[in-house]
Structure formats: C-alpha cells, structure tokens
Design a protein. Structure first.
Length: 218
C-alpha cells in the first residue's frame, strides 16, 4: 500500500474547500448528540487540513508544488501591480543534473534535490515563496523585492550550493545552480515575467552555468 506521504494529490484547493464544507453540513444534519457531531467535525477538519497541505506540496522536497506556484504568483503579481510594489521571480536549475542520475542513479538524484530544497529554504525570508517547479527546476518569488535587492540572496544561494558538501555513498559530488531572475513589472502578465526569468536562466546556462542571468530592473 502506498504511503500517504508519497501520494501526489491532484485536487484543486477550491474543490477541497467545497468538499470540506459539504461534509461538515452533512454531519451537522445528523440526528446525534451535538458533542458527537463536534468530535466528528474536528476529525474531519484535521484530515482536511492534512489533505489540503498535501495538495500544494511536492512530496519529495516538501516545498510548494507547481500548482501552488501558479496560484501564488498570480496573487502576488496582482498585488504588486495594484500597490506599485517591486516583485522579483527567480528560476533556478541544477547544472548537469541528468549526469547525476545517469552516473549515480535516481536515488542519488533525489538526495540532491532534497539537499538543494533545504539550502534554498535556509537562504530566503519567510515572506519569500519557494517551489519545486518540476524536475530539477525551482522557482522563488521574492515579494516586495527589486531586482537589485534580489541579487543578494540569489548570489548567497548560488554560493551556498557551490560550497555545499554533497556526498552520496561515500562519493563527493560537485553541484552548482544556474539562476535566471526577472523583476520587470512593466510586463503585462505572469506568463511574460516568468518567461523573462526563464530566458535569463538559459542565458546563464549558455554563458557557462553556475551564475545568475537577467536584465535587472531596479
């Protein structure tokens, strides 16, 4: 039987909310003592909270997943536009990750992904949002942060990964990140600003990897 922690819940958050409300309404309609109703509702709410968390979490790295990124980025982008606040987005990709899987196996690849997720989580503010976008790619939303200021934690992240001791089955691994960043709030949509960061990532890759790319908008 599959462990519940490894299940990838493909259920939109709004659908989960609707299910939870409907279940609670059904329980409240039962002809049973109120104390019993409350006990059942508490258990349902606890299970709902766990399930909802799983629906927005990548099971391997425990970071937010791509679906949650799309919701959060849309919300943060609209808020930045409304209040004329700076906003930066960074796309980070593990250099030569395919070589890690091909040389040491996918279990080693999973180890590297978890280590990278841990390093990223420890190099940003609680107000910043971190996601595993897919494969070996991560996305960071730096709220209320200009491109110039975004370079500080992003460079700290790049250096932290470069200096980190990755070791798997007594093998030392050299791992680096390439990062693309965009803070161009003149762009009209989230897709455009994400594509801008993604293009900056590929420039960083083409220029030799283990670096940050992007036309920084101050």
């Amino acid at each position: 039987m599959e462990n519940i922690d490894t299940i990838n819940f493909d259920i939109p958050s709004n659908i989960l909310d609707e299910i939870q409300i409907n279940i609670q309404n059904i329980i409240e309609s039962f002809d049973i003592p109120d104390d019993n109703k409350m006990e059942v509702i508490k258990k349902i709410n606890f299970m709902y909270t766990q399930t909802k968390q799983m629906s927005i979490t990548d099971p391997l790295t425990k970071l937010f997943n791509r679906r949650h990124f799309e919701c959060e980025f849309d919300r943060e982008f609209k808020r930045a536009k409304r209040y004329n606040n700076p906003l930066s987005i960074a796309v980070a990709d593990i250099d030569f990750f395919k070589n890690v899987n091909d040389t040491y196996g996918h279990s080693c690849g999973d180890y590297v992904l978890r280590e990278i997720a841990y390093i990223i989580s420890n190099n940003f503010r609680q107000t910043d949002l971190i996601f595993r976008y897919g494969g070996e790619e991560f996305v960071i939303i730096l709220t209320e942060t200009s491109g110039e200021n975004a370079l500080i934690p992003l460079e700290r992240l790049r250096k932290a990964v470069e200096d980190h001791c990755f070791q798997y089955n007594n093998q030392d691994l050299k791992i680096t990140l390439s990062i693309g960043v965009s803070s161009n709030m003149k762009l009209a949509t989230t897709s455009e600003i994400f594509d801008d960061a993604d293009k900056a990532l590929y420039k960083a890759k083409n220029n030799g990897r283990n670096q940050i790319g992007g036309d920084i908008i101050k």
